[in-house]
Design a protein around this ligand. Structure first.
Ligand SMILES: C[S@@+](CC[C@H](N)C(=O)[O-])C[C@H]1O[C@@H](n2cnc3c(N)ncnc32)[C@H](O)[C@@H]1O
Ligand code: SF4
Ligand code: SF4
Length: 425
């Protein structure tokens, strides 16, 4: 499926280019072509469920969905009642049961909440045991950063744990109290960032009223220092009605300003907020002609080698869901019966199969449906279009001002006052 792009040079002249996200062919984008070999990935659907591998590359352990925060857009809020509650003793059973089903060491072990550090006693028992069994595995914890202290910092260093601190900078009030306003909490966060460069970062979610990346950068520079690593968790997805009418609902003008904010940030700094990786992946997809059939979901939870389990051995759609409801997809004790039948690969969604940014977005959340999916898709489209525009700009020095889709011509006009900020090549 080809999309006609209109590119605008600084002198105002317009030039055509073409891009096909199904075959990753491009015309008018000067990239070398060296086709790679790609296997097709299975495309999960409710009536075409997928199992899980006993040799997971990524093992996600959900400790529970309890949290000391109540972020306005929290993707887990609608699942809290469905989460199992476990005891410290369940950790021992979990570890014993693990030996019964896992056949190879995972590359990565992630510990998830809720707020994971609310489950500190369990973490202290789990990680040393897992580290002994799987010495090569990399540990990862995503936290709201409000519960750190000396003991946790020592532990994090001892077990070489990567830590992502979720923080929205100027939009933090949408999440809860700002730990950086608390002298002691702020000290722990800054110590962790200083002691573990490359293994700790802030991660922000972009929302309706807080998606200006210049403002985000300036905020962190002032509050935490100019070189502090800030990545993006991404743009907000919509999981409940309050988010759908609240901070997850971008009107068209806000979607446009989101696109331009991403674009401008990446023009100024090709690796702004760590997004350079995404630009590079986009180039590589074209160079290697990555076909759409080789693309799984962005979150990776449709992969057989990526599994989310709770401490009772339940297997869920992903770490953000609870095992007492529809998102329980099996149990490790009956491993071969695990069936991911709660998700829809983007290949089964007609909007994704006619989307110019599908190679970047990879289908948004695979279990969302209806209006929540629709709004999340709109947000993801605006976010990923900004990345694609920046990728094209760095190749051609020109701005994508139009994309012709099946639905018609889409204009990417700059919001007022934005173009002035786009520097020349
Ligand atoms: C659900 S939280 C759990 C871990 C921890 N409590 C935290 O906030 O870091 C995991 C990540 O998802 C992000 N998140 C939560 N709700 C989201 C949403 N609706 N859309 C996109 N990201 C979201 C959070 O900001 C956080 O980075
Ligand atoms: S995003 Fe994280 S910190 Fe916020 S309510 Fe959800 S689980 Fe808690
Ligand atoms: S932007 Fe929307 S249509 Fe495009 S791939 Fe993402 S979810 Fe699908």
């Amino acid at each position: 499926m080809w999309f006609d792009l209109t590119l605008e040079a600084r002198d105002g002249s317009r030039h055509p280019a073409r891009y096909n996200p199904h075959t990753s062919e491009a015309e008018g984008l000067a990239l070398p072509v060296k086709p790679g070999t790609f296997a097709s990935v299975p495309r999960v659907a409710k009536d075409q469920p997928l199992g899980k591998s006993r040799a997971p590359r990524v093992l996600k352990i959900q400790l529970g969905l309890s949290c000391n925060y109540a972020c306005s857009y929290c993707s887990q809020a609608f699942q809290i009642a469905d989460a199992t509650v476990s005891k410290l003793a369940d950790v021992e059973h979990f570890l014993t049961e693990l030996d019964g089903w896992i056949t190879e060491a995972p590359e990565k072990i992630e510990l998830w909440g809720g707020e994971p550090f609310l489950y500190w006693a369990k973490i202290k028992r789990l990680i040393p045991a897992l580290s002994e069994r799987f010495p090569g595995a990399q540990f990862l914890v995503i936290t709201n950063g409000s519960l750190l202290d000396t003991e946790k910092l020592k532990f994090i260093a001892q077990y070489d744990i990567c830590v992502g601190i979720s923080h929205d900078g100027p939009g933090q009030h949408l999440r809860g109290p700002d730990p950086l306003d608390h002298p002691e909490k702020s000290r722990w966060i800054k110590a962790l960032l200083a002691e573990r460069p490359g293994k700790t970062s802030f991660n922000a979610v972009l929302t309706r009223d807080h998606h200006d990346l210049q403002a985000l950068k300036a905020w962190f520079a002032e509050k935490a220092g100019p070189d502090v690593p800030v990545g993006l968790e991404g743009v907000v997805n919509v999981y409940d009605a309050a988010t759908a009418i609240g901070t997850g609902r971008f009107e068209p003008a806000k979607l446009n300003s989101l696109t331009w904010s991403i674009f401008e940030a990446l023009v100024e700094d090709p690796n702004a907020f760590g997004l350079g990786e995404r630009v590079y992946e986009f180039y590589k997809s074209i160079t290697r002609r990555r076909p759409i059939e080789a693309l799984g979901q962005k979150c990776g939870m449709d992969r057989e080698d990526t599994i989310a389990v709770d401490l009772r051995g339940n297997v869920m759609t992903c770490q953000n869901t609870g095992a007492k409801g529809a998102h329980k997809i099996g149990h490790v004790a009956d491993f071969d019966a695990i069936a991911l039948d709660t998700a829809t690969h983007f290949a089964h969604r007609k909007e994704c199969m006619s989307c110019p940014v599908v190679q970047l977005c990879k289908g948004s959340c695979m279990f969302l449906e209806g209006d929540f999916f629709k709004q999340s898709c709109a947000n993801e489209f605006a976010f990923n279009m900004g990345i694609m525009m920046a990728a094209v700009w760095h190749l051609t020095g020109m701005v994508v001002v139009g994309v012709k889709t099946q639905a018609g011509q889409m204009s990417m006009e700059a919001p007022d006052a934005s173009t002035a900020r786009v520097p020349s090549l």
